[in-house]
Ligand binder design. Sequence first.
Ligand code: C5P
Length: 223
Amino acid sequence: DPILSGKHVVVTAGPTREKIDGVRFISNYSSGRMGFAIARAAYRRGARVTLIAGPVQLPTPEGIVCIKVESAREMDEAARALYEGTDIFIGAAAVADYRPLEAVEGKLKKGAETMAVQLQLNPDILAGFGAQKKAGQLAVGFALETAGGLLNAKGKLESKNLDLIAFNTFEQPGSGFEGDTNRLTLIERNGRTDALPLMTKDEAAGKLLEAVSRIMGAEGGNA
Ligand code: C5P
């Protein structure tokens, strides 16, 4: 792909883990498969690819640099260090929205009948990139919503200053976090919407990169 060739594509993938104490954490069921499929698809199209991955059980694809992180704050730090040299930032990670305000050292003691863990909002990694986006840089995100959530997805495209968002739902069979398939609806900044059928995550990643390449070719990024 002459447009993506040599471009630096940075992909976040997988869940994050937010420490409650030395042995426990808050996380989610993200497998990292969609993000890893995107990284492979970008590499196949000739891009230089960096993956920033939370804890996943997937082998690092050949030819791709993988930065392993645990928490949202670590993921944010790794992303920020790459901002300047990033051409295309794709947020496919299922970042934990909140972290325990204070991680307890050692092991939290059991005893009380009820207990509360106060949570603090995590940084939005993708929105951070979107906010500082320069001409020529593209930002791409995902929106996992209830089935009727297309408008929410459009809202996130706007609020995070993205060029493209992939809306998917966990309410349809074959979609979402854990499986090998996904059903994406690609929504572009200009309103163009492409509802893709159910396909493998590898195929979906190919379609996503196709759209990214077309947008990059047409606009050379967003001024
Ligand atoms: O707002 P919401 O979590 O639905 O947005 C999802 C998109 O934003 C995904 O692309 C996800 O990777 C990204 N995100 C992020 N950092 C967060 C929360 C979401 O990069 N703290």
